[in-house]
Design a binder for this molecule. Structure first.
Ligand code: NAD
Ligand code: ZN
Length: 360
């Protein structure tokens, strides 16, 4: 038995207002005046000077606003990389992502693809990246995905939705400033927060569980219960804690895997463009069979916060379309093996998944 030797985020700042330290953190990393920092910023912050005025731009540095309406695509990563290569003679000093999971994943992927030849679709999978990425920094503005801490960047490509999982993917630096999450709309807060909750349940109920994953997963779950089920926290305390829950939830799946909800949610994302957070909620509603306690707790949270989850989104799909989603879901073998065990193929049949999708 040989154990995986995982990299982690090498530096992290935590605290309200820590975003103000961005300049002092980046300055020593500038290679030279011709090697810019490229800031990829969620376009929800366009015109929001409380945030953008604190982004330090000098020399040839560039700020690109990017929409998070759609999740990142391999073609989008390749286009951004090409644009950067054409615009600058030198490799950038760093890529800084400021936003939710969508923007963080884009930042990671662009940093990787600036030093690895070819197209990003060819690196979707496990450990296909050959060269270290350029310096990259993640600054989350919404909490839950764990993308700030993970060794993957999830991309939708021409044939699949799958991460670029590699030792070079994790950020070199993360800035955790819960203040940045203050304007997240309530529904979105819940959907992305539930991504964290589902990470905990899938990790803690998975067959890959070990004490490493369990310790992080239990802490994240405890925080989620406090945030989503109890009335003891102020809004600020809840935001502070959700940022740390996201971190711990991400750490928990680093040494294990996600499970049924994620496998099926990837199918919805690939075919229908359903976003990760809400997709997990749509799926999780119907997974009592696999996660009875987790689903009951999830429903209590959803009711407490009066959140509506889209229904009937698969009602009018053809068999061909259902097949596409089933193919995507079934291709994620490690997720099923974690969720069900080595013999998962005996119970997770195409018919079973079709019946589940048809309820959604
Ligand atoms: P997101 O980045 O898609 O953003 C969701 C919405 O919230 C967007 O409309 C965005 O503009 C808005 N938003 C973000 N910050 C805001 C703020 N401070 N104020 C107001 N609005 C704000 O959401 P997400 O759920 O964080 O990320 C989902 C993505 O993360 C998916 O692409 C998924 O595949 C990926 N993901 C990655 C990992 C990983 O380990 N790499 C893990 C889980 C999910
Ligand atoms: Zn997730």
């Amino acid at each position: 038995m040989s154990y995986k030797n995982y990299p982690m985020v090498s530096r992290v700042v935590y605290g309200r207002g820590s975003f103000n330290q961005l300049n002092e953190i980046l300055s020593p990393k500038r290679q030279n005046v011709k090697a810019p920092f490229i800031f990829l910023v969620d376009d929800v912050f366009k015109g929001k000077s409380w945030l953008t005025s604190r982004i330090p731009l000098s020399y040839d540095d560039k700020l690109l606003y990017i929409s998070a309406n759609e999740e990142p695509k391999t073609s989008q990563v390749d286009d951004l990389v090409e644009q950067i290569i054409l615009d600058y003679k030198e490799r950038p000093s760093g890529i800084i992502g400021i936003g939710g999971g969508t923007i963080l994943d884009l930042a990671k992927a662009v940093a990787l693809m600036l030093t690895n030849k070819g197209e990003s679709k060819d690196y979707q999978g496990w450990d296909l990246i050959k060269n270290p990425a350029i310096y990259h920094v993640g600054i989350p503005t919404i909490s839950g995905t764990g993308a700030e801490v993970s060794r993957t960047t999830i991309l939708t490509g021409p044939i699949r939705k799958l991460g670029i999982n590699s030792d070079f993917t994790p950020f070199d630096q993360v800035i955790l400033d819960p203040e940045l999450t203050k304007d997240v709309p309530k529904d979105q807060w819940f959907y992305t927060g539930m991504d964290c909750f589902v990470h905990c349940i899938e990790s803690l109920k998975g067959t890959y569980l070990n004490a490493f994953s369990q310790s992080y997963g239990e802490k994240a779950l405890e925080l989620c219960k406090e945030i989503f089920l109890e009335d003891t926290l102020s809004e600020k305390e809840a935001a502070d804690k959700l940022m740390m829950a996201s971190w711990h939830g991400g750490m928990s799946i680093a040494y294990s895997q996600v499970g049924v909800a994620h496998a099926m949610s990837y199918g919805l994302g690939y075919l229908l463009g359903v976003k990760h957070g809400v997709g997990n909620c749509i799926v999780f509603e119907h997974l009592e069979e696999y996660y009875p306690e987790g689903v009951a707790m999830y429903k209590a949270m959803r009711e407490k916060h009066n959140i509506t989850i889209p229904q009937g989104i698969c009602a009018d799909l053809s068999d061909k379309e259902l097949d596409i989603m089933i193919d995507v879901a079934l291709s994620l073998e490690p997720l099923w093996e974690n969720a069900i065990g080595k013999n998962w193929k005996k119970t997770i049949t195409r018919e079973k998944l079709k019946a589940l999708y048809q309820k959604m």
